[in-house]
Write a protein of this length. Structure first.
Length: 118
């Protein structure tokens, strides 16, 4: 199996400008989703949690196709809302929060990598 580390440096540098642009757009989208996640968490916490319940009610009240699109476009946010809306054990809640933190760090490193390459 070939990994990213196995690719020669020249092949990474010779990618088309369109390919690099797509990579940057995807990286920025990921950063935007996680920014919304953490800002929304801070605002929802300050509002006493009603914002979380309202967002979960909206997300689960969507018709099938819009719900699928919303879950795909905002998966980390949807996972966080699910964990907050359900009565999960503290261990599962901790795992979800740690997973979202790691996922955020991976998205941030993707932005750095996308813009570090020329």
């Amino acid at each position: 199996m070939t990994t990213h580390a196995d690719l020669p440096s020249a092949s990474r540098a010779s990618r088309s400008p369109a390919s690099r642009a797509v990579e940057r757009v995807i990286a920025l989208y990921g950063a935007a989703v996680f920014t919304i996640l953490w800002v929304g968490f801070a605002l929802g916490s300050m509002a006493g949690g009603a914002l979380f319940a309202d967002a979960w009610t909206w997300l689960t009240g969507l018709e099938t196709l819009p719900a699928v699109v919303a879950w795909i476009l905002a998966l980390p946010i949807a996972i966080g809302l699910w964990a907050l809306a359900s009565d999960v054990s503290p261990l599962i809640m901790t795992a979800v929060v740690l997973g979202l933190i790691v996922w955020t760090l991976v998205a941030a490193s993707g932005v750095v990598r996308a813009f570090r390459r020329s």
